[in-house]
Design a protein around this ligand. Sequence first.
Ligand SMILES: Cc1cc2nc3c(=O)[nH]c(=O)nc-3n(C[C@H](O)[C@H](O)[C@H](O)COP(=O)(O)O)c2cc1C
Length: 441
Amino acid sequence: MHTAFDLSFAHTEGRWARPGSWVGAPFPDVRIYQEIARTAERAGVDLLFFGDGSGIPDTWRGSMDAAVEWGIQWPRHDMGPVVASMAAVTEHIGFGLTYSSTFAHPFTVARLLNSLDHVTGGRLAFNVVASARGADAANYGFAERMDHDERYDRMSEFMAVCRALWASVPAEAIVADRSTGRYADAALVHPIDHVGTHFRVKGPLASAPSPQGWPVLVQAGNSPKGIATSAEFVELVFGFGGSVAGQQRHRAALDAALLGAGRDPSAVGILWATQAIVGRSAREAAERRDEVAAFWHPEAVGAFLSHNVGFDFSTLPERFTLDELVAEITRVNGAQGGFVGALVGELGGSASLTRDELFEHGWRHATGLDHTLCGTASEVADALEENFAATGSRGGYMFASPLAAPSGYGDLSELLVPELRRRGALAPRYAGRTLRENLSS
Ligand SMILES: Cc1cc2nc3c(=O)[nH]c(=O)nc-3n(C[C@H](O)[C@H](O)[C@H](O)COP(=O)(O)O)c2cc1C
């Protein structure tokens, strides 16, 4: 079992103000992240991960006001420089960064991630996302979000370009002979001459090959098209799943897609997105969970859900079936998986809900309290071990904390991860030199 921390929202949704947050050193002060990195590395956590999105959530009521007022998934920075600062105070732990194949250009991303793989000494992962969100699209000149499947076609081409660029300057090409001054073997450095539907890139990459050659490739989409696209290149999946049955479906779909692409499913793990609160006693954990529940204003829930699904939930009719809701979400090119996908998995597409019932589910989803593991380290570790066995025993967990940073992640590092290690449930602590080696041990 491998462990990762999802630090995408370590400050939003009220975490910045909860007990245990840094007073006087607010987000994005790098000292907060450096402390998390040091503590997590002591515990042997494999990866610190950042998702990304550039738009202020504005799907709910067609306005960003609720998101700004309550700090919902906003503000967000480019965390690349923060990763560099965390790498400087650690030696082994890996870092995952997210860039969008829908908005970014592959040359920029391939070059940036090569540099960060150098800066981290081969500890970098790249999570490529297709980006379902209208607020992000508007920052890159798209009036409408691109069609769902077209975004994945673009991802496929985007990744083919990145991979060709990373291969365009192979490690063997660097001669670096100090006595002659000869730097590289020109015969091994080659243009890629890519001409495709979305990109024209001559290459080669204007960089020296990085320690890993390319970052560990991660993908997070969970629709059939998303999974099929990821099977072309993915080394590690960030999965949501929602329920054990949902996770098993995702695992089976990924395995089938990998086999279809001629790849070995046993080599690709899924890190399941898992929100966890651990306390020194069950009572302490429950008190912390109550702190989370107290924060959420109904407008904050609406802003959170609408942004994540890419659908304005304020427009819901009084009563509807989940199939009707999915059809509406599909019509506006929103995310078919995630919250709504999990609800369909749980209740079935023909289930009929009122608006209030949907928002009740939505509140539980937004707070994370419908899927938060909460208890002592021993109780949470029991649940994780059971779930790991039920979902294919490949990969592990991407933990998020709804508590303040750094203290919520400190508890996971100091209580939960050591408990898993004591049980022999974890992969060896940093067995390799690079993140890729550590993840494959
Ligand atoms: C676990 C998980 C994490 C994700 N993280 C991000 C992210 O950080 N940024 C982003 O723009 N999209 C993110 N997404 C959205 C996906 O990239 C994708 O756009 C969305 O899930 C819709 O695609 P799908 O229909 O294939 O699921 C994430 C999705 C999942 C399931």
